[in-house]
Design a binder for this molecule. Structure first.
Ligand SMILES: [Zn+2]
Length: 127
């Protein structure tokens, strides 16, 4: 489906050293998910919820929404995140669709169904 408007998310920023230290301290140097001891170079900082699902104005480096997780947990988590993100975008597209149909609504008539709407748009499209 054509995307009607960009989905704006906060931009990923590097996490300052101090913030990293605070997160590690909070988690006692352990993975937030499996609690194994984290080894330097073998873990990542994870945004929770993922940045792609957040409002543009959100602070990407909010301490409470960052977690340090080991590579193993990160690998397991990424496909799940991608699925959630795709789903959220699908729903947003669908909603946007509804809003557009609603805008064209004729008083006293129902909002055209998705199918009816697509037919109208096809007919209006230049050859
Ligand atoms: Zn882990």
């Amino acid at each position: 489906m054509r995307r009607r408007r960009p989905f704006l998310s906060p931009e990923r920023r590097s996490i300052p050293r101090r913030l990293r230290a605070e997160i590690m301290l909070r988690q006692e140097d352990r993975c937030a998910d499996c609690r194994t001891r984290l080894i330097i170079g073998f873990f990542v900082f994870d945004h929770r919820p993922p940045l792609a699902l957040r409002d543009e104005a959100d602070d990407p480096n909010d301490l409470d929404r960052l977690a340090a997780i080991c590579w193993t947990c990160d690998e397991r988590k990424t496909p799940r995140d991608l699925k959630d993100i795709a789903r959220a975008k699908r729903l947003a597209d669908k909603h946007q669709d509804f809003i557009e149909r609603q805008r064209e609504k004729v008083p006293g008539r129902r909002v055209p169904s998705r199918q009816q709407w697509q037919r109208v748009m096809r007919d209006l499209a230049p050859e």
